[in-house]
Design a protein around this ligand. Sequence first.
Ligand code: UDP
Ligand code: MG
Length: 328
Amino acid sequence: MEISSPILLSLIAPCMNEAENVAAFQAEALREFSGVPFEIIFVDDGSQDDTLAQLHRLYEEKACPIQIVSFSRNFGKEAAMLAGMRVARGELLSIVDADLQQPLSVVKEMVRLLQKDSLCDCVAAYQERRDEGALQRGLKSTFYRVINRFSEVDFVANASDFRTFRRPVAEALLSMAETHRFSKGLFSWVGFPTQYIPYTARTREHGQTKWSLPKLFRYAWEGILSFSTIPIKMAIYLGLVCAAFSMGYLLVVLVQKLAFSIDVPGYATIVCLVLFLGGLQLFFLGILGEYIGRIYIQVKRRPPYIVREHLTSPEPLEKEGSPDAVEK
Ligand code: UDP
Ligand code: MG
């Protein structure tokens, strides 16, 4: 493959409270990619522990080219991935968790596949086996069914952000200006020939997962709102159905009253209907609010994250005049 940049691979590792993991991550990268010109981009997403100090230590050690992008607070993994892609210098970019759950040998395999097949632009890994309960599995498969039914792009079940892709894919992702980012969908939306390979995630040795069930729900909701307007459209269909029923019922009541002089006692029915329709209206007002809230945030054009510090070590094969840049 033709390499125009001296760096072949940028490993983008979002870190939030991964103090015990970052050194081991670098060590694994050095083992797996000896002889390959690569850099590691650690994006410190507002860690509360010792992560940033550890990253500075690695940066001083200069064992391999490193960039550190440190946020002013926690902005979430999506923002961290975006920041990493913006500063990456490699021909290939790889997004990989800093917690060592995603083996770097898999990244090596992804790189090999990309180098072998010039028609493939992206290799994504999906988890073959997941240690999760029946409830979580059920919820996840429902999520994929719902989102694939209603959105314009395809979501591959269990494929995460763990993937390696060529620069044009990164450029396409960076050209999307949305503030609420949902990478699973963005990757599908930009297209590009993608190959999926299975992998088995390791168990977490240090630190804790940042996901809880409520957070997963919010994430799924975010995905549905970002890639579909079906929730609002549902209001139209349900409204039509309600209107049709009430017209029918009105006719029945009129006929009863006019033809048979039957008075229709309706207190309970009315209370139920008022409550039901009021609830339905509030529900859809809420959904509308979700979309409007997103428009509101987007028009304010707030940046998706704030960088407090950006350190860049020089590239491996220094070009003449390449700055030994330390931006602050
Ligand atoms: N992460 C992050 N910001 C967050 C949450 C997570 O940068 O707000 C990072 C985290 O440090 C890890 C990766 O994203 O490197 C995946 O997170 P985690 O291990 O909690 O997810 P899981 O593997 O449990 O799905
Ligand atoms: Mg993890």
